[in-house]
Design a protein around this ligand. Structure first.
Ligand SMILES: Nc1ncnc2c1ncn2[C@@H]1O[C@H](COP(=O)(O)OP(=O)(O)O)[C@@H](O)[C@H]1O
Ligand SMILES: [Mg+2]
Length: 686
């Protein structure tokens, strides 16, 4: 808006052309008065925004506690029949001294997940691997980084560009480790396949680690020396195993059961869906219903070979309980948009236009079309795929779901403080948001929706950078393409800018980040958004600093500062000066760094940006500590602690207190080493 105001003055001045000087001065004075008023409003806004911004600055990452529960294996399936030999073979392999790498392949619903969880819960396996058995569902992960970040965040490891090394190092540190990557096809089928295979090869090469990958289909990922004995797709269940499975669920048997089971091709998911109905219907009734359903599907033009799973799902959808509660099918269709499911307690809030959602959930659970995992209701991926193809959610439900999820990133404004409910929600819903937004962009959102969706997308991307909880690259790329296609160059450039912000932090990809920022900057310049252009230049300075290219970094920051100055953006100027201080500090040019931080501090003071003033005090204290200037350091820490306390940034208060303790304690090797480590990681403020 500042740049718009200045541009307005320029336009007015130019439009006067050869007019008399008096008129020109008069008009210019009015316009400048207008400009001053707008700038005043803006600086007030900046003062407010800067504190919020501070919480979004990579310098103030929310502290994400490790949560091993996210990668602990699910309990073993309560019902599991057949495959005794296969389980024995794999367990024997695992118990050997050498590591094994097993791909479990086959159609959706054939029982890959059930098999792997049975093995991971085997007593002999548990005895050997102890706590070091990890299970990651890849259903909402669309890149290699997504896998790494999910592991790193659950394990409480570093969640930035160093995450990959940290994860590999973590797994290497045990005598025995077992890692299972479930639904790996989602990640493997993404644009990122080469990277995903490279990561898998790296994980497979970790010496003490055995690896399982479950994947839909018959193809194994390349690059891994898979253990020879189990390379084929999983066999269907034998008739005997299918019968036992049926008995456990339906609890009754009759003469037609075998005929029915033969139709189900030994596919456990199909058997389970039918057995659920077998509780109320006889096998003969189901057999007739199955044949009718199949014929009816074929007459409706069902393409290709109709699988037993497709017929079984249809039958379940048409069952009496499902028919009695029409909203249940609607709800199932909505669930299919959400790979991570929904907390039951959120249902009414999320789908206000769907009455009796609780009743629908019960019906879906009863028909075994949905499962309840720790209070979240979700559906298995083969069912999800079928539904999305055949019964996609209705427009109104899609709209409700999108509205709910596009609203969630606003919770970022509530991330202040140590551990908040907002943080828990954002972490739990990250995969869903990523997926919902991705579909939304692919669906060519209308002009009314674009603004909100873009804001949510950018916020989510920023959250992923702050927390390292996941990867938004595909989302940003898709959004940028969609926006470009509709001529929204500003939006497209914002997405590129966001990619440029994230790439160095999450992926260590500096040159790619520079390219994106250059491209975004060029677009911002072309459409006259100098503020955006200056932000990109500033970020390029950061990226160069991260690569220890200090001279070039200073040049970029000077350039950005000049642009911010020319559009009167005092916040931007102060940020550039502070960043120059960062560069000089890392360059060990302490006196010049001190000057820059002092200058930035004054500039932030002038615009009332208290949090930033405190950050300057903190880093100045560090610079003084590096030079053993204890008294100055103490005084600045005092100031920083006072301000951080007054604005409630308790994490920062703790950090400053720890610096204070370092100053009091014996000057051992540890404290300077820690600071050096922080600097090498390129985040002098964190
Ligand atoms: N051997 C088995 N015995 C009994 N039920 C099984 C068996 N294998 C799978 N199931 C059940 O069938 C359904 C689909 O199995 P799942 O492992 O999710 O398939 P996949 O992972 O191959 O898509 C699940 O409800 C599961 O509990
Ligand atoms: Mg599975």
């Amino acid at each position: 808006m500042n740049s718009r105001a200045v541009d307005h003055v320029e336009t007015v001045l130019r439009s006067q052309g050869e007019e008399s000087e008096t008129k020109l001065i008069h008009v210019a004075r009015n316009s400048l008065g207008d400009l001053r008023q707008r700038l005043d409003q803006q600086s007030h806004r900046f003062a407010l925004v800067s504190v919020t911004q501070l919480t979004r600055d990579a310098s103030a990452r929310p502290n994400i506690p490790a949560d091993l529960n996210r990668i602990k294996p699910p309990p073993k399936p309560p019902i599991f029949h057949g495959r005794e030999d296969l389980v024995q073979t794999i367990v024997d392999l695992l118990l050997k001294d050498e590591t094994c790498r097993v791909p479990l392949l086959g159609a959706g619903g054939i029982g890959k997940t059930a098999l792997v969880t049975t093995i991971l819960n085997d007593e002999r396996v548990k005895k050997k691997f102890g706590e070091n058995v990890f299970f990651l569902s890849c259903e909402s992960l669309v890149s290699a980084s997504g896998i790494i970040l999910a592991l790193a965040s659950a394990l409480g490891l570093q969640q930035d560009a160093g995450a990959r090394q940290a994860v590999i190092h973590y797994f290497s540190s045990f005598k025995y480790v077992l890692l299972a990557l479930d639904n790996f096809e989602t990640t493997w089928d993404s644009d990122d396949r080469a990277e995903v295979e490279a990561l898998l090869a790296e994980l497979a090469a970790v010496s003490p680690q055995s690896l399982f990958v479950t994947m839909r289909g018959a193809l194994r990922p390349a690059g891994v020396d898979w253990t020879d004995c189990i390379l084929d797709t999983l066999d269907p269940l034998s008739l005997d195993a299918a019968r036992r499975m049926w008995m456990r669920i339906a609890k009754k048997v009759d003469s037609k059961l075998d005929d029915l089971l033969r139709l189900l091709d030994g596919l456990p998911l199909a058997i389970m869906l039918m057995a659920q109905q077998g509780q109320v219907l006889s096998s003969s009734e189901l057999l007739t219903a199955y044949t009718e359903e199949r014929t009816s599907l074929l007459s409706q033009g069902a393409a290709g070979r109709l699988t037993s799973l497709e017929v079984s799902i249809e039958l379940s959808l048409n069952s009496r309980t499902m028919q009695a509660e029409p909203n249940a099918r609607k709800l199932l269709s909505v669930l299919c948009l959400l790979p991570d499911g929904i907390p039951m307690l959120q249902l009414n809030h999320m789908l206000p236009s769907m009455p009796h959602a609780g009743r629908s959930v019960r019906v879906l659970l009863h028909a075994a079309l949905a499962v309840n995992k720790a209070g979240r209701i979700s559906t298995l991926s083969p069912i999800r795929e079928f539904m999305l193809q055949k019964y996609p959610p209705e427009d109104a439900d899609v709209a409700d779901t999108r509205a709910h999820f596009t609203g969630l990133p606003q919770l970022m404004d509530r991330l202040n403080g140590p551990k908040t409910e907002a943080l828990d929600i954002l972490l739990a819903e990250f995969g869903n948001m990523n997926t919902v937004f991705l579909h939304f962009w692919r669906d060519s959102p209308g002009p009314d929706a674009v603004e909100g969706l873009l804001e949510a997308t950018l916020n989510l991307a920023q959250f992923s950078v702050l927390t390292g909880c996941g990867d938004c690259m595909l989302l940003l790329r898709t959004a940028s393409i969609s926006l470009d296609g509709t001529g929204n160059r500003q939006g497209a450039a914002q997405c590129l800018q966001s990619m440029g912000n994230a790439l160095p932090v999450l992926k260590n990809r500096y040159s790619e980040a520079m390219e994106k920022l250059e491209e975004a900057k060029a677009t911002f310049e072309a459409i006259g958004n100098r503020w955006g252009a200056a932000e990109c230049t500033q970020r390029m300075g950061d990226v160069l600093r991260m690569q220890n290219r200090y001279e070039e970094a200073m040049e970029k920051l000077e350039e950005a500062k000049a642009t911010f100055e020319s559009i009167g953006n005092r916040e931007g100027v102060a940020q550039c000066v502070r960043r120059m201080g960062d560069v000089l500090y890392m360059w060990s040019r302490y006196e010049e760094a001190t000057e820059k931080f002092e200058e930035a501090k004054v500039a932030f003071q002038a615009i009332g940006s208290h949090g930033q003033v405190a950050l300057c005090c903190k880093v100045l204290a560090e610079v003084f500590m590096a030079q053993h200037k204890t008294a100055q350091a103490q005084s600045l820490l005092h100031q920083a602690i006072d301000i951080f306390t007054s604005i409630g940034l308790l994490e920062e208060v703790h950090y400053c207190r720890s610096l204070w303790d370092e100053l009091q304690g014996p000057r051992g090797l540890w404290a300077p080493a820690r600071r050096l480590f922080r600097r090498l990681r390129g985040r002098p403020h964190s």
